[in-house]
Design a protein around this ligand. Sequence first.
Ligand SMILES: Nc1nc2c(ncn2[C@@H]2O[C@H](COP(=O)(O)OP(=O)(O)OP(=O)(O)O)[C@@H](O)[C@H]2O)c(=O)[nH]1
Ligand SMILES: [Mg+2]
Length: 391
Amino acid sequence: MINNINKIVFNSGFKRFYTSYDNLGRNFLKNYKDVKSLYSPENIYKKITDDNKKLLENIKSENTIYLSKLITKVESTRDDHQEQSRYIISYLQSLQQKEKNEDKNKTYRIGITGPPGAGKSTFIESFGKHLTSLGNKVAVLAIDPSSIRTGGSIMGDKTRMQQLSVDPNAYVRPSATRGFLGGITKGTSDTIVLCESAGFNIIIVETVGVGQSEVSIEHLVDVFCLIVPPANGDELQGLKKGISELADLVVVNKADGDLLPKARFTVSEYLSAFKIQRPKNLKWIPRVLSCSSVTKEHIDNVWNEMLNFKKVMMETGDFTRKRAEQKELFMKKLIEEELSMMLLNNEEVQKLIPYFETQVRDGIISPSLASNEIIKTFMEYERNKKEEVLH
Ligand SMILES: Nc1nc2c(ncn2[C@@H]2O[C@H](COP(=O)(O)OP(=O)(O)OP(=O)(O)O)[C@@H](O)[C@H]2O)c(=O)[nH]1
Ligand SMILES: [Mg+2]
């Protein structure tokens, strides 16, 4: 009898088996060791619906409508879309992994961030055109945290990247961030995989450097480039704080006309700041460059320095290691995020939260005791649900 209660149905989406609570992890591994091909591309492919398979077959097509439809799917919050997205991305990633074994790291993911108005979009327009003129295929993912509030910036970006938008070797995809935590990164990470599978070898991700967004974008790209406008002493203090520590490359934009002396001053300020700062990577001291996105002067230098960075990272093995670590970290982040979503959306938990909030506010219960009680209730609920399946 006790045994029976302890038994649960384990449903991985691929296979169902019965096990006991005590041996859940161990039995999972034992079962899966025998079935090595369980997560093979072929098996994952079987889980993809015919409609989505059709989109996948055409993902490399000149017409980016198929790519766009797939991106819309991974950005969707609908459960069935999310489930399909997981299979689609996993399938594409395993294909990429296979290809990479033959020809290592064909793609380059570039993160562009910087304060509002620094000229990021204008820079990407000129930089992107430069890259396509060299024979690259460039995808630009513009993430705009302000778009939800203002509703207008996305259109602004489209007009700012007018030439790139119509370049047959470029794909510009503005996307609004979603309200919930990490909504940006999950969709963006999947979108990067989709764009690469569609044949784009350079992926540029633009974010505005405010709040947390630049931190998470750092976890999605190979090189992190900070774009700043020319600034004087006081303005610089604000600019240098925080994200310059993450930058592999600082580009002082708008180095043209009257702004040229101010741009030179800004470059020297950043250079001296990096001299006293402990580098993020011992093999690479962040470079500081200047350019003009309007006159296009020195745009090529920025690209050459990025290639230089890639070369150094490939030689040290950091390039591949970083991508592997990013994926692992991402899995952990998703666990945290999805677990807390499940918990907060649980109807029983929802009944408890206002009660505990009041108790905590009034100092009757400590935050840690309250949070523990809530989690315990949630786990109890989940356990009972599993047992119901058995009876
Ligand atoms: N003189 C000069 N102006 C520039 C340059 N690059 C951008 N600008 C101007 O700076 C303003 C802001 O440019 P954007 O490209 O929209 O800047 P952004 O960083 O993308 O702005 P947000 O997306 O709103 O954060 C525009 O008026 C541009 O014309 C440059 O190289 N030189
Ligand atoms: Mg912009």
